[in-house]
Design a protein around this ligand. Sequence first.
Ligand code: ZN
Length: 82
Amino acid sequence: MPLYRYAPVKPPCRLCGAGFEIQQPAAAAALADCPTCGQPVQRSLIHAVNTPKVLKPLSISGAKSAGFTVLKRTSSGEFEKQ
Ligand SMILES: [Zn+2]
């Protein structure tokens, strides 16, 4: 479930300060009022917590196709195009 951040429309809220975070189903409607004090709140930020991005190491062919020049160090200490 995504994590939503809510901030009071007229901060600071006496009970929840600058806001609060709550996990809701993505299909759920945004809260209109603070569940703690009933003050009007607005949704400000969304953190998608269930979709961690794992970056794969870039392969040489992938780097070449992305337009990078892949250099290989030769035994003489110089670099040449791979
Ligand atoms: Zn509140």
